[in-house]
Design a protein around this ligand. Structure first.
Ligand code: ARG
Length: 596
């Protein structure tokens, strides 16, 4: 595996070298190289530098140019820069040689990682994502954590980071007293009639039971009392009670895994460590916090106070670690999870893919962990806070009856819509019903994931299926069709042979534009991994597909006007584009069918 320097990196280096040769005191100045419309690159650094040194920027730029070797002919194999000129108040416009573009791309193509190096500073990240709640339906809010989390896992692992996944499911709390008590009194409520649809059936059983238990709890004081006693049994670890509690957890997991399957997402059982997984640590966590003075008793509760967290009338709002009745809540569990992740799992980075509406909770939890030293310069924590999924009307997504939308219903609808699109286009391909169904799922789920991943996580977005499965515009379907089209060209050229690059050939503008973009892949992946920003990868891929569309309009491939070597070079560009799209979409967790 070799790291392939991009043309941008090479040009940057050449200009830096020329800068320090022309002006020794500028040795460490940044040439501020950018992609440009007027040439391939523009270097703007001369302006600020001349200003700082009280010189004339055009003169400085001219001197720099004198120190940059330019190819006599663009076929000169060693030359990267074909043309460089001073423009405006002192910019440099730089054009790279066609041969350099093709040669660099050939080096990327020769690497199975497309020239993407492993990050030099890789460490261990524990990522908390895809965390639904036991005995509750998954709703649209659970979609984002799963989709964004899965993409971030893939991107980090590809970058060489060691990633530990944690699905912090909500599997503990007083509501289980009521549920378990109801099940004891109605023992067959969770039985299955139909093995085949077990995930869905599990959820509908749980739903029915939840509703029935709730209304009994609200109506019947004696049941309420029995439920309360059941909570005490549960917390005391009473065997029969725990066995029934586990039944709820197992039923829910059956359901979760059917939803994650539909989402085409792998959730491994050992990574599911719910709130209950930290029960043994809670008392110790509280003791450590209290002994260190980080937490104090206030009206019987164990609390952590913050100067900048105030409620109405300026009253401080504390983080409650232990309630006055001795019960532990969400914060105690999260603080214990931090201890586990730092001390046992040896994490350098803790990542939480959780709704922005929980930001205050995490802010207080992280600050508490910092005060006691569980988090420090070596280990830091970050919430990847995501925005709300909105309906077409721009309000939080609800059904017409005003209820939260079930995630499975949304996914099924997306798959149906996508299957209709695939069916319409499938006549030419002669796809079977089975193939239409399979691709419908890949396109529909891809559409849902892409819509989520292509806007920056922190922003809200509108869930609009019409837009999501459109063949035009910034959608996964557009990217999937671009990929399938390239695959069909490659098949027509003859399966199994690797197209050969021809750096000696001049490139057309469409080829150059696509080539320069392909060359940026490694840099984009690095930036995306560093900032946890899948939307930048989506934007890169969309642009690549658009550049391919232009290329395909303007440059015949199999019937290239310049003969067989130009056809080969164009096939080479096609293939590298396909591999880049495939790799990029894979990092987003989206399939790219070979035929569509
Ligand atoms: N189960 C929670 C919910 O559905 C999300 C859990 C987030 N993770 C955590 N460590 N608190 O809102």
């Amino acid at each position: 595996m070799a790291s392939v320097p991009s043309l941008a990196a090479t040009v940057h280096q050449r200009v830096s070298d020329a800068l320090s040769a022309a002006l020794p005191e500028a040795a460490s100045a940044d040439p501020l190289l950018r992609r440009s419309d007027r040439a391939d690159f523009q270097a703007n650094g001369m302006l600020a530098l001349a200003k700082r040194l009280k010189g004339n920027p055009r003169e400085l730029a001219t001197k720099v140019v004198e120190h940059i070797p330019v190819a006599a002919t663009s076929a000169d194999p060693d030359s990267v820069i074909a043309d460089i000129e001073v423009s405006g108040p002192g910019f440099l416009n730089i054009t790279v040689a066609d041969s350099a573009i093709t040669a660099t791309l050939a080096a990327r193509a020769a690497d199975e990682r497309l020239g993407v190096p492993h990050a030099p500073d890789a460490g261990t990240t524990v990522i908390d994502y895809a965390q639904p709640n036991v005995a509750k339906e998954m709703h649209v809010g659970h979609l984002r954590s799963a989709v964004i989390g899965d993409a971030v896992v893939r991107i980090l692992e590809f970058s060489g980071e060691k990633v530990v996944r944690r699905h912090h499911i909500g599997d503990w709390g007083t509501q289980f007293g009521m549920l378990i008590q109801y099940l004891i009194e109605h023992p067959h409520e969770l039985d299955h009639k139909d093995q085949a649809s077990s995930g869905e059936e599990a959820m509908s059983n749980l739903n029915r039971l939840y509703k029935a238990a709730r209304s009994l709890f609200d109506a019947d004081e004696e049941f309420k009392e029995r439920s309360r006693r059941r909570v005490v049994d549960l917390q005391a670890g009473d065997e029969e009670t725990i066995a029934l509690w586990r039944k709820f957890v197992d039923e829910s997991k059956l359901y979760f895994s059917s939803v994650f399957d539909k989402l085409d997402m792998e959730i491994r059982d050992p990574d599911v460590v719910g709130e209950s997984g930290y029960n043994d640590m809670l008392a110790e966590t509280c003791r450590l916090l209290e002994e260190s003075g980080v937490a104090v008793r206030s009206e019987g509760a164990l609390c952590v106070f913050f100067d900048d967290v105030k409620g109405p009338e300026g009253k401080p709002v504390p983080l409650i670690v232990q309630k006055s009745d001795g019960g532990f809540g969400y914060a105690a569990t999260d603080l214990s999870a931090i201890r586990d992740r730092v001390q046992n799992l040896q994490a350098d980075t803790l990542l939480y893919v959780v709704d922005a509406r929980q930001s205050l909770h995490f802010k207080m939890v992280f600050e508490t962990a910092r005060r006691i030293g569980w988090l420090n310069e070596k280990t830091h924590a970050l919430q990847l806070a995501f925005g709300t999924v909105l309906g077409k009307d721009g309000k939080p997504f609800k059904t017409r009856e005003g209820e939260t939308v079930r995630l499975v219903d949304l996914l099924d609808e997306a798959i149906d819509r996508a299957a209709a699109v695939v069916r319409e286009k499938s006549e030419k391909l002669g796809l079977s019903e089975e193939e239409i169904a399979e691709r419908g799922a890949q396109v529909g789920i891809g559409a849902v994931k892409y819509a989520d991943l292509s806007t920056s996580a922190s922003r809200d977005y509108k869930f609009d299926l019409d837009q999501m499965v459109s063949l035009h515009g910034d959608t996964s379907v557009y990217l999937q069709y671009a990929y399938a089209r390239i695959k069909s060209i490659l098949r027509r050229a003859g399966e199994g042979q690797t197209p050969v690059a021809h750096p000696e050939l001049p490139l057309t503008p469409a080829e150059r534009a696509m080539g320069l973009h392909l060359d940026q892949f490694a840099e984009v992946v690095r930036e995306v991994a560093k900032g946890y920003e899948p939307h930048k990868l989506a934007a890169y891929l969309y642009q690549l597909a658009s550049l391919f569309t232009t290329f395909y309009d303007q440059c015949p491939v199999l019937t290239a006007e310049g003969g067989p070597s130009q056809a080969a070079n164009r096939l080479f560009l096609c293939e590298l584009t396909a591999r880049t799209l495939h790799q990029g979409m894979d990092l987003l967790g989206i399939r790219t069918p070979e035929r569509l």
